[in-house]
Write a protein that binds this ligand. Sequence first.
Ligand code: CP3
Length: 339
Amino acid sequence: MDGLRGVFAGRVEARPPVWLMRQAGRYLPEYRETRSSARDFLSFCYTPELAIEVTLQPIRRFGFDASIIFSDILVIPDALGQRVRFVEGEGPRLDAIENPEALRALASVLDEEKLQPVYEALRGVRAALPASTSLIGFCGAPWTLATYMIAGQGTPDQAPARLFAYQHRAAFVSLIETLTESCITHLTRQIEAGAEIVQIFDSWAGPLPLAEFEAWCLEPVARITRAIRARFPHVPVIAFPRAVAGSLRGFVERTGVQAISLDTAARLAEARAKLPDSVVTQGNLDPLVLIAGGEALDRAVDDIRAATEGRPHIFNLGHGILPQTPIAHVERMLERVRG
Ligand code: CP3
């Protein structure tokens, strides 16, 4: 029973280790309580004592096998000097980057000083976690960060960033370059502060044509992975390229990641057939079936267990847990996974 560490050491246990993307969040009353004491979402992320507390809440309540540091992917644009805020009930808002001139106003190097509270929180979490619980650090992948930086908010099909990349290619290349270096720095500092696994979230990789996908998602994630593995050969990298173009196997081979987090629509049988057993899979329960609960939930859990049996797999969702999720359903899911 050695959780994520066992899986990454190539051991396959009778029950898979489990954690949930966005496991610290609004579906927990204790999260809402702590959250209400912070001025705004970013200061919440940058107050180590609050970030430590909410990171630990789901571990105390559910005993997940891994803890993910409470922060956000948008701390990178914030630490590059772009104004980032979170509007209650709507989501992130940034000053949109409408042309190459606006890009020049941003710093080209991450302000590490600004991110010290994140690293301090990691040290605090590591000190408080049970020894068997893995600590995961993370960043948003350059493409996903660029979609928010250019549009200034979440968009259904990432059209503003896609268009910008076609119209201002040189400027976009340099933005991706800056973000790639920033991700390497941010992950490095997180590992130095106690993260033993890192996950790269490329939530908006889906709508890109193949050539764009290769340039803006695959290549930068490969560069980040190479840099991290060169510095920290013992730290596994998990990639979450949601709804990817091209083949899973090609993605894994070309990026060199140790694990791939599969989204809800990914076919586990195909992953099993195409990926070598040295590559860990993670996922991919539908966050909606966790809201539904009951037999639909049991069936979905059993299907994932059956499809991944005998291969190194980390049980997780196919995307982040939703605020409406009943806690009893998370408990039921855990019993089923661990039973
Ligand atoms: O528990 C954890 O998983 C760790 C913390 C974490 C958060 N965001 C906290 C958060 C992680 C890993 C993220 C990643 C993140 N943030 C992604 C990639 C993963 C994904 O879901 O696709 C993205 C795209 C973001 C950007 C972001 N942050 C959005 C779009 C939103 C608003 C949507 C929402 O759920 O409100 C956020 C805010 C945010 N980040 C919340 C949390 C818990 C909710 C804010 C609140 O408490 O009001």
